[in-house]
Design a protein around this ligand. Structure first.
Ligand code: FES
Ligand SMILES: [Fe+2]
Length: 341
């Protein structure tokens, strides 16, 4: 493993599960950012994510803990904790322990996915998770796409890669011809790295018959911090993707990739039909080609860039720095303004 010199504890939103993996009343164990955590869904549907250990005597809530209404109940002595990590009942005492709290994480649930906000200093979220279906500048929304999970998703746990590698992919126009076998290099039409949510747009075609001067298709990418990237394709198969890279420990990350394929008009089927599944598989295959590189890459710093590569990579790497704990975690003034287009 070529361990990156970049922190594996960046600040931002990170996907920790797909929604369907945590049913009503279920408790789900996981480890991210070197921390044992539990995610649980109250019986009214809200997901909470918190550190796994009970503040009483340290039982792991993911081994025998259960949900009762809007509380998680510890299996050891029955103490009850709410979604904010507060103790709300000790079954054998008159009062709860109001002083102790289990550390919780802000949660966002959208696009069939569950995200947590991670900040080692406990700061509050200062940008949003992009809505991959309705957050782009058009009138499309969830009803226009087949569901993604589980048929059009890819989960690759425990890869030795850093989230920044994945973000660099968007400005790396030269890899598309080699890794994705496109007929010509994409033309980057927009870079905007002024805020914690950054934007990269490029034109691209996958069809060998198309000449660069005739290209009428492309991708718009929204990178929300280092953990989450949403894309919209236009002028080709109508698809949206969400790439999520979540550090597990100082060397490895879990990678989740979700694809949404546009519905055929009038088709309201609850699942992805075979034709759409075929298209989703092709998108996932392209992503797998990237993973093959990322999972064995060494972070090159400073990199040997060509003249044409210099601007994109330099801007992206400068932007990425704001999410690392060594930098101040306070947003720049521009960053605290609205982050959605
Ligand atoms: S350790 Fe959780 S109630 Fe005692
Ligand atoms: Fe790529």
């Amino acid at each position: 493993m070529a361990k990156p010199p970049l922190s594996m504890k960046p600040t931002g939103w990170f996907q920790v599960a797909w929604s369907a993996e945590i049913g009503l009343g279920e408790v789900h164990r996981m480890k991210y950012f070197d921390t044992e955590m539990v995610a649980w869904r109250s019986t009214d549907g809200r997901v909470a994510v918190m550190d796994a250990y009970c503040e009483h005597l340290g039982a792991h809530l993911g081994h025998g803990g259960h949900v009762d209404g809007d509380r998680i109940v510890c299996p050891f002595h029955g103490w009850e904790w709410d979604s904010a990590g507060r103790n709300v009942r000790i079954p054998y005492e008159k009062r709860p322990n109001r002083g102790r709290r289990i550390r919780g994480y802000p949660v966002a649930e959208l696009n069939e996915s569950i995200f947590i906000w991670h900040d080692i200093d406990g700061g509050a979220p200062y940008f949003d998770v992009p809505d991959v279906l309705s957050g782009f500048d058009d009138d499309r929304g969830a009803a226009d796409y087949y569901p993604s999970y589980p048929a059009a998703t890819l989960f690759r746990p425990g890869l030795e890669l850093h989230p920044q590698y994945v973000m660099e992919n968007g400005v790396d126009f030269a890899h598309f011809t080699f890794v994705h076998k496109v007929p010509f290099m994409p033309d980057i039409t927009r870079h905007d790295f002024t805020r914690p949510t950054s934007y990269v747009d490029f034109t691209i075609a996958f069809d060998d018959d198309i000449r660069a001067e005739d290209v009428a298709s492309g991708v718009e990418a929204v990178n929300a911090g280092l953990g989450v990237a949403a894309t919209k394709s236009w002028g080709m198969v109508d698809n949206r993707t969400l790439t999520a890279v979540t550090p597990v420990d100082d060397a490895t990350s879990d990678v989740r990739f979700s694809v949404w394929i546009g519905r055929r008009p009038g088709d309201e089927s609850p699942e992805l039909p075979a034709g759409a599944k075929f298209l989703a598989d092709a998108v996932i295959e392209q992503f797998t080609a990237d993973i093959r590189i990322w999972a064995h890459q060494r972070y090159s710093d400073p990199p040997a860039l060509t003249h044409g590569e210099y601007d994109g990579f330099t801007q992206l790497r400068r932007w990425a720095k704001q999410f690392y704990p060594a930098a101040t975690t306070a947003p720049t003034p521009a960053a605290s303004e609205g982050t959605q287009r």
